[in-house]
Design a protein around this ligand. Structure first.
Ligand SMILES: Nc1nc2c(ncn2[C@@H]2O[C@H](COP(=O)(O)OP(=O)(O)OP(=O)(O)O)[C@@H](O)[C@H]2O)c(=O)[nH]1
Ligand SMILES: [Mg+2]
Length: 405
């Protein structure tokens, strides 16, 4: 499977690029004025979950991933997008043309400035002046309008195809480029009570409702309440959590994560992304500015929300909201290794409905063709090809001609 793509959306100046830089350790431009990002930035970030090496008390040799202190980090693609403002679909700010890039991602992180330090136009103002709850709804409106435009802007095309192939196929032709599946469309039609109404008879309100549900169903999202270190942000975080009942809101300070990851990179602190603490290696090696920055972080980030929230937001989206799972295929069931003796070399990040057969297909199409059964390494039990994999499963795949990973 191609790597999972996560898009960063939100109003301008909410800290998307700061989050992106922190998670990828890249150096995209960050500025305290609106519309700094003019083109999407793409980089590699990681999700993390406890590795099975701890449970089995083995030293692993990761190949497609990284293991740090018993945490397995798997790469994903992160896309930082130009910011939006209210009315972007009407061409305000940079417009919403870049949502086509967001629509190609599998899931979204929607950043808001929890401190309320941006106004409706995205300018930096005194904390508390802006309203992150309405910022959230403004951006969501832009996303829905984008889907609506895709549907209504292609009305003739959809109506023509509907006659030949039916409503679902006709809508799919237009929406498939945005990673909307047939299942997403069927579910959205059912939820908007449009399953039995042909598209040509939908009025604009029905189209809008459908667009709203498609956005929801096809792009799982976690809201990041960023800039939690600033005054008033905690109150707004509570307000956001109450206002957005069905959406997970994670408090974060992207700026703190960025500073810590850069300090860790320079060897100044010991810190693993997602950790609930960091340790200064040699306090005498820090200059005054660095000391103050770390004290600030301890006081306004870690003691408030336990962690910076950047890694936590990525993990929550993939493992909790989307329920992806980690599965470890091995060749040698005793040593948990591949043929060359590498222990737990690969972890596969698979969707919630992935079966043993899907795992085989991920490794190699040939392997999927030849698969006869699998073995659960923990219990030694045989697993059928359609066995639904569980998170943290370690499996051995047995093929018709010869045993393989
Ligand atoms: N205090 C604080 N400031 C932050 C945090 N994250 C970002 N900022 C600041 O917010 C401003 C905007 O950050 P960017 O990362 O450029 O925001 P953006 O969302 O990418 O903005 P656009 O590219 O214009 O859409 C910068 O001055 C950042 O330093 C945070 O967690 N805490
Ligand atoms: Mg930016």
């Amino acid at each position: 499977m191609a790597k999972i793509k996560i898009g960063l959306v939100g109003k301008t100046n909410t800290g998307k690029t700061t989050f992106f830089n922190a998670a990828t350790l890249l150096y995209a431009e960050v500025q305290p004025y609106p519309f700094t990002t003019k083109q999407p930035n793409i980089g590699v970030a990681h999700v993390s979950a406890p590795c099975v090496c701890k449970e089995f008390k083995v030293k692993d040799n990761p190949r497609n991933s990284i293991c740090i202190n018993g945490w397995r980090f798997h790469p994903i693609i992160l896309i930082d997008l130009p910011g939006l403002i209210k009315g972007a679909h009407l061409g305000k700010g940079l417009g919403n043309q870049f949502l086509s890039v967001a629509s190609q991602s599998d899931a979204l992180l929607h950043l808001v400035d929890a401190s309320g330090s941006i106004d409706a136009e995205g300018n930096i103002v005194e904390p508390g002046f802006g309203d992150p709850v309405s910022d959230y709804f403004d951006t969501e409106e832009e996303l829905v309008m984008w889907y609506l435009k895709m549907i209504e802007g292609n009305r003739q095309n959809i109506e023509r195809n509907e006659k030949k192939y039916g409503t679902v196929e006709a809508l799919h032709t237009v929406l498939s480029g945005s990673k909307v599946s047939v299942e997403h469309i069927e579910l959205s039609l059912a939820l908007s009570e449009l399953s039995d109404k042909p598209f040509r008879k939908w009025d604009i309100e029905e189209s809008r409702n459908f667009a709203y549900i498609i956005r929801d169903i096809s792009k799982p999202t976690v809201v990041v309440a960023n800039k939690i270190d600033l005054e008033g942000a905690e109150e707004n975080y509570t307000r956001l959590s109450k206002a957005l009942k069905d959406v997970v809101v994670v408090p974060a300070s992207a700026d703190a994560e960025l500073a810590l990851r850069r300090a860790q990179h320079k060897g100044l602190v010991e810190y693993i992304p997602g950790d609930e603490e960091f340790r200064v290696k040699d306090p005498s090696a820090l200059n005054e500015k660095q000391k103050r920055a770390l004290e600030y972080m301890e006081r306004f980030v870690f003691s408030k929300i336990m962690r910076t929230g950047v890694q936590f937001a990525l993990n929550t989206l993939i493992f909790k909201v989307m329920a992806f799972k980690y599965v470890y295929p091995v060749e040698d069931t005793k040593n948990l290794s591949d043929k060359s003796g590498k222990v737990l070399p690969d972890v596969f990040l698979l969707p919630r409905d992935a079966s043993l057969m899907d795992l085989a297909g991920e490794i190699h199409t040939e392997l999927a063709k030849k698969l006869i059964y699998g073995v659960d390494v923990r219990t030694g039990l045989k697993l059928p090809k359609d066995y639904l994999l569980h998170d943290r499963d370690i499996v051995h795949l047995v093929t018709a001609t010869r045993k393989r990973v």
